[in-house]
Design a protein around this ligand. Structure first.
Ligand code: NAD
Length: 480
């Protein structure tokens, strides 16, 4: 049995209340770990440690190359332990091992990417109108609260921890209370490579207490959050007290547009991958498929045929193509949306059930599901389901596709499939979304900024943009 403690000021400690929480394997419902269930007092202890460490300058004033050296060491140790960490991530989150191996490799690359970035030249000097020089430098923001969801437990942590530490901040990290297992391994590595005590702290526990305290505390200078849009709204309110800097990476209901002139087979492959990777529990999932009239019937038929052949099972089975949903509660929510879709009058083309055969009955498995005959005002078309449920819409022409694609409160991602390059660019430029793909879906790169328009968030993660989000800009005016 795994036992997970908080990591505060360089020490592994239980929650002050001594309470712990059971962590379940979503493929079997079995308890795999007990995690310290922190609350406000634990969050405050971690924030205090991070504040002290930041103010000491031991990390923020360290030579950039020295901070980079720590990050490279963390990457190396993550890589050495990649097999074990992927196995644990699959156990905790449920995704197929193939996917968690990919996530861990991505996490390693992310640490290396930001380790490389800190030592690159930065800052500008302006020749201003007086006989003066105005120098512009970037400095760390201070204490950063990092709050992440359960769908990519390790990777979402690393997308925030790597740039935050690289830029010289100290951190208080909160994993999802549902999937805290791999964070323990990451923080053990941070400890092993000798990052000074108090620089990197982790507190496990509920969002309403631990997360809210991080968002609210006046000793936290910035909060970087990934999770649902409703939670993002609460965080904005909590962060208002000390006008905290905020970065929010929130939900989506992303359109994936298939034009009749697209490469048919590739579009089918990517449409399936777009929705069923991670069992649809991906913020950028292509959960609304828009298909042009003239190929609609053939495309939808092929898609349903292929969806029904997806092998659903435990993530540690090499044959598995799609794993379970993360928790019973989340499975009930997804099944609830399927019922709503039927009641709203959409046609269930395939799937729709919890899978209870072949030993899957104790886990949280839902069939790959497709709805057709949908209308733009249906809840299943407008709301983020965050499960293996694809909603298909039919469009007449380019203008119709753009109109339907933008008919959403979200603006995270979008895909366009066509062999006409000019049309692809025209359509993409009209779509109000931060992450877009032409003739592919889901590839994500450390170099390119990640984030959404509209209610999908504020700010960007990854790339130089993601680094800059963890910095303040200072002007230094020099009277020559
Ligand atoms: P969630 O919003 O319920 O929880 C996310 C985190 O916030 C958890 O650690 C939770 O404990 C914490 N939290 C909850 N209430 C809080 C509060 N009041 N104050 C502070 N923290 C609080 O999200 P989830 O169910 O864990 O994850 C699914 C959501 O995450 C989906 O909406 C998905 O689209 C989104 N997501 C977005 C991205 C992105 O990059 N845009 C990436 C992954 C997931």
């Amino acid at each position: 049995m795994i036992y997970l403690q908080n990591f505060i000021n360089g020490k592994w400690i239980d929650a002050e209340s001594k309470e712990s929480r059971e962590i379940l394997n979503p493929a079997t419902g079995e308890v795999i770990a007990h995690a310290a269930d922190g609350d406000v007092a634990d969050a405050q202890a971690a924030i205090g440690a991070a504040r002290k460490a930041f103010d000491s300058g031991d990390w923020s004033e360290l030579a950039a190359t020295d901070r980079a050296a720590y990050l490279y060491k963390i990457a190396d140790k993550l890589e050495e332990n990649a097999e074990e960490i992927s196995r644990l991530e699959t156990l905790d989150n449920g995704k197929p091992l193939r996917e968690t191996q990919f996530d861990v490799a991505d996490a390693v690359a992310c640490f290396r990417y930001y380790a490389g970035m800190v030592s690159k030249p930065d800052g500008i000097t302006y020749q201003v109108s007086d006989p003066m020089q105005a120098m512009v430098v970037r400095e760390p923001v201070g204490v950063c609260g990092l709050i992440v969801p359960w769908n990519y437990p390790l990777l979402m942590a690393v997308w925030k921890i790597a740039p935050a530490l690289a830029a010289g901040n100290t951190i208080v990290f909160k994993p999802s209370e549902i999937t805290p297992v791999t964070a323990k391994w990451l923080f053990e590595i941070i400890e092993q490579v000798g990052v000074p005590a108090g620089v990197a702290n982790m507190v496990m526990g509920p969002g309403k207490t631990v997360g809210n305290e991080i968002a609210e505390s006046h000793d936290v200078d910035k909060v970087s959050f990934t999770g649902g849009t409703a939670t993002g709204r609460n965080i904005m309110k909590a962060a208002a007290g000390n006008i905290k800097k905020i970065s929010l990476e929130l939900g989506g209901k992303s359109p994936n547009i298939i034009f009749a002139d697209a490469d048919f087979e590739a579009a089918v492959d990517y449409a399936l991958f777009g929705i069923y990777a991670g069992a649809g529990q991906v913020c950028s999932a292509g959960s609304r498929l828009l298909v042009e009239d003239s190929i609609y019937d053939r495309f939808v038929e092929e898609l349903a045929d292929r969806a029904q052949k997806i092998r659903v099972g435990p993530g540690n089975d090499p044959e598995t193509e799609m794993g379970p949903l993360v928790s019973r509660e989340h499975m009930e929510k997804v099944l609830g949306y399927i019922e709503i879709g039927k009641e709203e009058g959409a046609k269930l083309l395939c799937g729709g059930r919890q899978l209870k055969e072949n030993g899957l009955e104790k886990g949280y498995f839902v069939e790959p599901t497709i709805f057709v005959d949908t209308k733009p005002d249906m809840r299943i078309v407008r709301e983020e389901i965050f499960g293996p449920v694809l909603v298909i819409q039919r469009f007449k022409d380019e203008a119709d596709a753009v109109r339907l694609a933008n008919d959403t409160d979200y603006g995270l991602a979008a895909g366009v499939f066509t062999n006409d390059g000019a049309k692809a660019m025209r359509v993409i430029k009209k779509i109000r979304a931060g992450i877009t793909w032409i003739n592919c879906y889901h590839p994500t790169y450390n170099e390119a900024p990640w984030g959404g328009y509209k209610q999908s968030g504020i700010g960007r993660g990854l790339g130089t943009y993601g680094y800059e989000e963890f910095t303040e800009v200072k002007q230094i005016n020099i009277n020559l």
